[in-house]
Design a protein around this ligand. Sequence first.
Ligand SMILES: O=C(O)COP(=O)(O)O
Length: 232
Amino acid sequence: MELSTTNSSKQRLRSDSESLSLTSFLFDLDGTLVDSYGTIQSSVNYLRRGHGLPPLDLPTIHKAVGRGVGWLLEQTLPGCDPEVETPLYHRHHKAIIGRTKTLPGVRRTIKSLYRRGCRLGICSNKPLALTQVLLAELKLEPLFEIVLGPESVTQRKPAPDMIEVAQSRFGVDSDQVLYVGDMTIDIETARAAGVPVWVIPTGSHDVERLREAKPDHIMTQFNELLSLVPRR
Ligand SMILES: O=C(O)COP(=O)(O)O
């Protein structure tokens, strides 16, 4: 799968002259592969109801997603006891997780990458147990060789740990891996791991915010990823 980057924005990676042999794609989950904001909002508002607090709107939820459940609860239920609220969040979220859907173009693109022989993995700050249930619900589980969450490593994103673990399990060099995300934290994570990063503004951050963090490319459509891998 040897390819050279060109001047085309679709194929722009770290530098126009760099020759890449991409074999592996690692994905963020929330906001990149799936639209989970509605279900996260339901679970957060369920917990808030229990405390007599009014519901939060989606833009507020968008700002609180990306750094794991601990951070989400700190932002949305300030002063709560995480020991008590985290299991309640998990239980509620698991029960409604089937309402989370893949984002446009994701299913087809992931399947095409898989058929073209790419190795696929997930590196997400979402709790691993929830990611696993969600992938099973969406019937995407068999396509991903590696699924990592914050519990799989010492430090969650933006630390490079998840990408490094996935890369080492795949046994590939950093120029063979692309990380794909939707937030500036994903760009930071990929930079820390030394791998190229493409983003798509379908999650918490808009194009302006993403551009400032200097990813290698901002996609407008998820299937742009297919331009990086030849058909079989
Ligand atoms: O659930 C979160 O906080 C973030 O999940 P993500 O890393 O897949 O965006």
